[in-house]
Design a protein around this ligand. Structure first.
Ligand SMILES: Nc1ncnc2c1ncn2[C@@H]1O[C@H](COP(=O)(O)OP(=O)(O)OP(=O)(O)O)[C@@H](O)[C@H]1O
Ligand SMILES: [Mg+2]
Length: 256
């Protein structure tokens, strides 16, 4: 019988900035369809981990495999050739990323924002790009706002627009870096609901979040990070009731 490989395999991933080792040989396997939350104190390396996964940052050493594309490096001094950069490009095609600050282009309408990448990156025609964009705007409940400029949308709506924009490139994995931190608390749920819906449809998602309730309710499991290490990878219920590591317990104490 054929055994299916995990969609994402990270092995001994390390990354430093100047003299700081920000990721210290982290490893994890993530199966297709999983929703994984990453929690941990400020500066522990959560955003750096996501940026390495989508090829925005180049790893020092270790390997990242997503949907059959492997980026690997033996040591930080290893020269990276055209082949490596081609693979980093291929990796980016498979990964959608959503940031805390939405990053929609202010001078373009919501529809234009979502249409842009499929036209530029995937050479889609205007008609095709518009079709795809409207499909995903509909999915996140924003079709009726297609012609609005970002300034005339709430934070929650802009973030749903940013999710539609990432989805329009048909990623295999969605990464979210604190997607609800800049949103009015009353509108946080509309963004989390989009992620819940995507989970039901089988999308693989990794979310860096301070929304402990969402992490607990929606995740398949939670990664607790501290000082560049994955301290604990635990079941979403288990980690709150009986964390395996004292450091996890100390961190979570502030939330319960
Ligand atoms: N481009 C960069 N150049 C230099 N240092 C950086 C860079 N990006 C991050 N760092 C440093 O790396 C460490 C990890 O940063 P990172 O942004 O990954 O943390 P984080 O866990 O996402 O924190 P937060 O919860 O505050 O967003 C921090 O000490 C940060 O100052
Ligand atoms: Mg961060």
């Amino acid at each position: 019988m054929e055994t299916k490989l995990p969609l994402i395999q990270v092995k001994d991933l390390s990354k430093h900035y100047r003299e700081d080792l920000v990721l210290k040989k982290v490893s994890v396997h993530i199966e297709e369809g999983d929703l994984v939350s990453i929690i941990g104190p400020s500066g522990c390396g959560k955003s750096t981990f996501l940026r390495c996964l989508n090829g925005m940052e180049i790893l020092d050493s270790g390997s990242i495999q997503i949907d059959g594309v492997t980026l690997s490096r033996r040591h930080p001094g290893e020269r990276l050739g055209a082949k490596f950069h081609k693979k980093a490009h291929d990796l980016r095609q498979r990964v959608g990323m959503v940031f805390q600050s939405f990053n929609l282009f202010p001078h373009k309408t919501l529809l234009q924002n979502v249409m842009m990448a499929p036209m530029i990156v995937q050479n889609k025609s205007v008609e095709e790009a518009e079709f795809v964009a409207l499909k995903f705007l509909d999915k996140v409940g924003l079709k009726q706002f297609s012609d609005r400029y970002p300034a005339y949308l709430s934070g929650g709506q802009q973030q749903r627009g940013a999710i539609a924009r990432a989805l329009a490139l048909s990623p295999k994995v969605m990464l979210y870096d604190e997607p609800t931190s800049a949103i009015d608390p009353a509108r946080v749920n509309e963004v989390l609901d989009v992620m819940r819906d995507l989970d039901k449809e089988g999308m693989t998602q990794i979310i860096v979040t301070h929304e402990m309730r969402f992490a607990k309710d929606a995740s398949d499991y939670i990664i607790y990070m501290e000082q560049g290490e994955f301290i604990e990878i635990s079941d979403e219920d288990e980690i709150f009731i009986s964390p395996k590591d004292e450091r996890t317990r100390r961190f979570l104490k502030n939330f319960i």
